[in-house]
Design a protein around this ligand. Structure first.
Ligand SMILES: [Zn+2]
Length: 456
């Protein structure tokens, strides 16, 4: 019996196991669920054992535990791949908006409904059952496989960087595949090749010691709110070009091929405007809206505070004005260098009569870009094309995924997202679901991926 037949024969059991997994309320954000996150980790250890992967362990971090396992029987001539996923879930509140209870999963319309069904319990069970099918039908795997599953992804993986750094030998691999990922649509696969980085800061402008009477001091001393507005107005041209000296210096320009790949992905500007309610699309000249969203850095004011915020009039000359700013960064920009450039810009553009300082706020991520000709990415693309029967889109994401940069930083490997969830599956929202046909298709894709990697 080959792995295909094994998957067919055991599919019903796998679906039942997914229901069991979803029943564990492993909400990493809530202290009362700490034992449940550990229980989910224990469940994964046992499930890996049943799949024929011996020696899986639950390991502590400073927060929720992780699960590590490996099967190295393919020998040193074959590559070692690391498969990542997470067994924690988002809180399920508000419960009353669910059609069925979030931790009492149900199957309706060919979908499993429950918190974590899609993100990421269904996703991370896919490679486990795929490996089981190969182990049980062939007695071995075509490549060496390591598993790394965490229990704190939904709270931003705070304890993961030190764990990865201290456990490089346990996690080292030639390629990394993340089972926590999305496909473009049920009939359209994608390879995500870039994520944006982030830097977060605050500009603080000060004038008088305290708020002053605008009739007594207006015209006599500077107004920090106006000074802040003047500084901000120098940071971007009206058409959207960021005018901070050196801001674009480290940006890797889009190659003609990269632009072509982005243009292949359908984008309806009218629909985009209808979705956001904005009257027009505006941004850096010379780039399409999607290029700006996916592949160009941004600078946005996220909040402004100064003076009287209540109803009516207060004739105040504010003592302080603050602007919160974040920049989404692209490769090879560095959050630290961008902060320094903005800081210097603010200093030089500060009008007279006020003092100004620029401070870092929490939140930082390095940009992530899979290099061209990346082997794991190419193989994943070929497998997806074979399984879906259409060429995958090459897409990018405007946000960041901290674990991807953690793995790159400490293991030196660009992870490839190879997950089978979809953006419409109510991730992080009520009525989360996972499609059973993509659960099955993902298993085939992982088997084919391992086979192909073993052949190369
Ligand atoms: Zn996830």
């Amino acid at each position: 019996m080959g792995w295909q037949e094994y998957l067919d024969r055991e599919q019903e059991r796998f679906v039942g196991e997914l229901l069991d997994f979803v029943r564990i309320p492993s909400v990493s954000a809530k202290p009362e669920n700490i034992p449940d996150v550990k229980a989910a980790g224990d469940w994964v250890v046992e499930r890996l054992g049943a799949a024929g992967i011996e020696g899986a362990v639950l390991l502590p971090t400073d927060g929720h535990p992780v699960v590590c396992a490996e099967w190295m029987g393919a020998g040193p001539d074959k590559p070692t791949i690391l498969i990542y996923g997470h067994f924690d879930v988002q809180p399920a509140e508000p419960f009353e908006l669910w059609s069925s209870p979030p931790f009492e999963p149900e199957i309706r319309d060919g979908k499993v409904w429950g918190r974590g069904a899609s993100d990421d319990k269904g996703g991370m069970l896919v490679p486990i059952v795929a490996v089981e099918a190969m182990m049980k039908s062939d007695g071995r795997l075509p490549v060496n496989v390591r598993f790394f599953f965490e229990g704190q992804e939904e709270i931003g993986s705070p304890d993961l960087p030190p764990f990865v750094e201290a456990n490089v030998d346990r996690l080292k691999a030639d390629m990394i595949f993340s089972a926590d990922g999305l496909q473009w649509a049920p009939a359209q696969p994608q390879i995500i090749e870039a994520l944006k980085g982030l830097v977060s800061l605050e500009i603080v402008v000060n004038g008088a010691r305290s708020d002053q009477h605008s009739g007594m001091h207006g015209g006599g001393i500077a107004n920090p709110a106006m000074a802040l507005a003047q500084i901000l107005a120098t940071m971007k041209s009206p058409d959207g070009l960021i005018t901070i000296d050196g801001f674009y210096d480290d940006v890797i320009d889009l190659t003609p091929e990269a632009r072509e790949a982005i243009a292949r992905v359908p984008f309806d500007e009218a629909e985009y405007l209808a979705e956001t309610g904005a009257p027009a699309a505006v941004g850096e000249p010379g780039y399409s809206v999607r290029e700006r969203l996916w592949a160009r850095p941004t600078l946005e004011v996220n909040g402004l505070t100064s003076g009287w915020q209540g109803a009516g009039t207060k004739t105040v000359l504010p003592a302080e004005a603050r602007a919160k700013i974040t920049c989404r960064l692209v490769a090879d920009q560095s959050p630290e260098r961008i902060f320094d450039l903005i800081s210097a810009h603010v200093e030089t553009h500060c009008p007279p009569g006020v003092t100004v300082k620029t401070e870092r706020n929490p939140g930082r991520a390095d940009p992530f870009l899979v290099p061209g000709g990346h082997n794991a990415s190419t193989v994943a693309e070929q497998v997806l094309e074979e399984v879906y029967g259409v060429k995958p889109y090459r897409t990018r994401v405007g946000g960041s995924i901290p674990v991807m940069t953690t793995l790159l930083e400490h293991l030196g490997v660009h992870a490839v997202m190879f997950g089978f969830s979809h953006g419409d599956e109510n991730l992080h929202a009520p009525d989360e679901f996972f499609r059973l046909d993509t659960f099955r298709r993902g298993q085939v894709a992982y088997c084919k991926l391992l086979e192909r990697l073993g052949r190369d």
